[in-house]
Design a protein around this ligand. Structure first.
Ligand SMILES: [Fe+2]
Length: 370
């Protein structure tokens, strides 16, 4: 028995969650790849790493390898897969004059045109012009660069532009942040279960003693707001934390940033700002089959932020992430069993999770998620 999209949306209005199979069924992941990740803006990396001609950043739009390169005209995005035998052309990040595939040395220029294919001159009807890298959209929103495989999708700035204004209000000047470090990670739960955990702080007081000592997580103070393509949570630093009177050991939260912000940009980018000196971190969450997630984090800091603060904040974020992983690992075990089939949300504390699940339902049905 399967519920129709309108049944699922009505159930969500009553606070009834998506069925457990949405988190365990491999066919759902296949549909998500096609209907969500191929139609949405996928974050690939910071604009600062794409500032000079030849700078390139590789990434994924769902399961499609992508590359964004700065050529002499623009920021250009391509499917990072050779037209020859479908080997990935570029690896990691860096600067290159040409994009050369490491398999048979097919070589593309920075506009994606195939310039050279060894031995191709011996083929009677082979034309280099017929095999450019497949172009995709690449757009920057402030300092963040995204790609989209859907030519019809709304512009990235139309979806996410307003989040820049909210971030500016935290006391951070995005233009001055620099990338400090990047790491890759793996999770043992469905990507949606991990993001749904991100989208509420009902669990914070229970499961995050350090976080809750730094940030006031009481429901009348900690705010949740949906903005369509993105949603935002915000909390104030606790006075006791500022005075160094927390009961748990904390990093030094004193600094110009007094408001923490946690933004979710559909479908799978999260942006964190914590109290203290100017800082921002991002995470990308990608399905790795139904029962696992893979992602990467990037940590940015403002000018003059010392390494001690950077390391202490990174450790704080790791601790919170470990606590969250323990929660979502357990949730995934519950989902795999399939009973109970539905969870029950609290509609006044978990409205962003409900909103997210509605976006999933609409997108899987071929509708606009917003
Ligand atoms: Fe959490």
């Amino acid at each position: 028995m399967t519920d129709s999209p309108s049944d699922l949306l009505s159930a969500l209005d009553r606070g009834e969650s998506l069925p457990a199979s949405f988190y365990t069924d491999p066919s759902i992941v296949e549909q998500e790849m096609l209907r969500i990740f191929r139609k949405s803006w996928n974050y690939v990396g910071p604009a600062a790493e794409l500032a000079q001609t030849g700078d390139y950043v590789t990434g994924h739009a769902g399961n499609v390898p992508v590359v964004v390169v700065r050529n002499d005209k623009e920021l250009a995005g391509f499917v990072n897969v050779c037209r020859h035998r479908r080997h990935q052309v570029m690896k990691g990040r860096g600067n290159a004059r040409l994009m050369q595939c490491g398999y048979h040395a097919w070589t593309y220029d920075l506009a994606g045109g195939l310039r050279r294919a060894p031995r191709a001159e011996a083929e009677p009807d082979f034309r280099l012009d017929d095999f450019p890298l497949l172009p995709i959209r690449a757009e920057a929103v402030g300092p963040l660069v995204f790609v989209n495989l859907d030519p019809e999708a709304p512009a990235a700035n139309d979806c996410y532009g307003p989040v820049l204004d909210l971030i500016a209000k935290s006391g951070i000047d995005l233009a001055t942040l620099t990338l400090h470090s990047r790491s890759e990670w793996q999770g043992r739960a469905n990507w949606k279960a991990m993001l749904e955990n991100y989208l509420e702080c009902y669990h914070c007081a229970v499961a995050h003693p350090g976080f809750s000592a730094a940030i006031d997580v009481r429901p009348d103070v900690y705010t949740l707001a949906s903005h369509g393509w993105f949603s935002s949570q915000a909390g104030r630093v606790r006075p006791a934390a500022l005075e160094g009177k927390s009961k748990v050991e904390l990093y030094d939260v004193r600094g110009e940033v007094a408001e923490s912000q946690y933004h979710f940009l559909w479908p799978n980018l999260t942006i964190n700002i914590n109290p203290g000196f100017p800082n921002l971190s991002v995470d990308v969450w990608l399905p790795d089959g139904p029962n696992a997630t893979r992602g990467f984090s990037e940590q940015f800091f403002g000018p003059g932020v010392d390494e001690g603060f950077a390391q202490a904040l990174i450790a704080f974020n790791k601790q919170v992430a470990q606590e969250d992983d323990d929660l979502t690992d357990s949730v995934q075990h519950g989902l795999v069993g399939g009973l109970p089939d539905r969870g029950q949300f609290l509609t006044k504390s978990e409205q962003l999770v409900i909103q997210f699940q509605k976006m999933i339902v609409r997108a899987l049905d071929g509708q606009s998620p917003v």
